[in-house]
Design a protein around this ligand. Sequence first.
Ligand SMILES: *[C@@H]1O[C@H](CO)[C@@H](O)[C@H](O)[C@H]1NC(C)=O
Ligand SMILES: *[C@@H]1O[C@H](CO)[C@@H](O)[C@H](O)[C@H]1NC(C)=O
Ligand SMILES: *[C@@H]1O[C@H](CO)[C@@H](O)[C@H](O)[C@H]1NC(C)=O
Ligand SMILES: *[C@@H]1O[C@H](CO)[C@@H](O)[C@H](O)[C@H]1NC(C)=O
Ligand SMILES: *[C@@H]1O[C@H](CO)[C@@H](O)[C@H](O)[C@H]1NC(C)=O
Ligand SMILES: *[C@@H]1O[C@H](CO)[C@@H](O)[C@H](O)[C@H]1NC(C)=O
Length: 435
Amino acid sequence: MAGEMSMIGSVILALLLAGYLGQQYLPPPKPKVIGLDLGTTFCSVGVFHPGSGEVEVIVDKEGRKSIPSAVTFTHTAVLAGQEAVELSDNNPQNTIYDAKRFIGKLFEPGVLEQESARYPFKVINNNGSAEFVISTNHTFTVSPEFIGSRLLLKMKKMAEQQLGVLIQKAVISVPAEFDERQRNYTVRAANLAGLEILRVINEPTAAAMAYGLHKVDVYNVLVVDLGGGTLDVSLLNKQGGMFLTRAMAGNNKLGGQDFSQRLLQYCMERVRQEFGVTPTLKEDIHRLRQAVEAAKLNLTLRPNATITVPLRLQEPPKGPSPVLLRAVVTRQLFEELNEDLFQKILAPVKTVLAEGHLEKDDVDEIVLVGGSTRIPRIRELISLYFRKEPNTSVDPDLAVVTGVAIQAGIMGGSWPLQVSAIEIPNRHLRKTNFS
Ligand SMILES: *[C@@H]1O[C@H](CO)[C@@H](O)[C@H](O)[C@H]1NC(C)=O
Ligand SMILES: *[C@@H]1O[C@H](CO)[C@@H](O)[C@H](O)[C@H]1NC(C)=O
Ligand SMILES: *[C@@H]1O[C@H](CO)[C@@H](O)[C@H](O)[C@H]1NC(C)=O
Ligand SMILES: *[C@@H]1O[C@H](CO)[C@@H](O)[C@H](O)[C@H]1NC(C)=O
Ligand SMILES: *[C@@H]1O[C@H](CO)[C@@H](O)[C@H](O)[C@H]1NC(C)=O
Ligand SMILES: *[C@@H]1O[C@H](CO)[C@@H](O)[C@H](O)[C@H]1NC(C)=O
């Protein structure tokens, strides 16, 4: 009898153990909510894996973790991302980029006409809203949110392909300065792509989450986002576990493009000195620009880079027309060429501290976002100013999508913490702009 009991006990135990082990070996549930970073120049999509507790940024067929924010229209198709960029040289007037700058915004008469002049495509004012004019075999207009929807649809499909499940829900990030209308139109773009948006979060909050700052004891977080063309500085304050944006400032005419431009001017001057001609051919300038961009990237990792560019240089006063520019550029030279621009980064930093009534020592963590924050001198200036190291371990191009994916994981219920709200809406907050 006792033997029988113990046998039954063993069977139960074995079943329990099998169940437990089975659960261990069962694949963890697939993420159902995706995190979207709809950027001005690049977009990314990420998911939070409850099993491993890690964020996966979805890659495209070529293994890239972001897609260019461009959409092109042809007679037969609408293409988004890399495919749009590949066709853009032959179809510039029908390839729309920078749509985020227009989404949900109301414009005064005349403003959009000026904007239009800066782009190869046509932007018109339809009762205050921007619309893009497309001319394939017929002419029609599309809205900024339609452009957004095509990018979001592309990322939704990338995620579905990678995960092998249908995705219908998402969390999306927007700039902290977006007003309610801009947020609504961003949500509308997602709805057009067949996605229900569970939450809209501010980009700086997302970046702070990428560093796990929602889980640790910090009060004041400064987020510096320096991209290709704009600088955004946000001061976040954590209250009762939720982030509140305390102050915002920035410079909408400062970024990586400006640093490249200084190096380009230097190279043009070198050509003039060596060959007696300043390059004016479009093709020469295009080549120089590409070489300068590559050199700039190399200089973040190495003390020097060699720029080698064949140039056609029409109308040579001396020597043969085709020449070869060969210039060794040191990091020190690059820094000297840009020091005044780098210094400008501190102006909005000081403004947000003043508006938040904080001293620089009150800032607990500094988070760097955007590709240009990889530049060593910029990191140095910020750490010298605060006398502490900024948080840089997350790829600055992926910090926002990483945080949005974490928020998506929270919304998907796959987070051990039973919190879903992570920020307090920032109403009536104005952004100070230097430029
Ligand atoms: C434009 O071309 C496409 C594909 O060739 C065709 O389906 C469509 O009907 C055409 N539209 C007009 C207005 O001609
Ligand atoms: C134009 O916009 C105003 C306010 O935004 C609105 O009241 C009006 O109905 C709109 N007109 C048209 C034709 O869409
Ligand atoms: C934004 O959307 C919400 C909910 O749909 C609506 O109540 C609100 O009026 C909208 N606000 C603006 C400025 O469009
Ligand atoms: C460039 O850097 C390398 C080390 O990476 C160094 O050996 C070389 O001397 C440098 N050249 C110049 C011109 O500074
Ligand atoms: C940048 O580095 C890569 C890899 O080391 C090298 O192939 C390339 O020539 C470098 N470019 C410049 C402009 O220094
Ligand atoms: C970055 O943030 C984490 C919080 O997740 C913190 O523990 C760490 O010290 C920070 N690193 C730096 C270099 O400040």
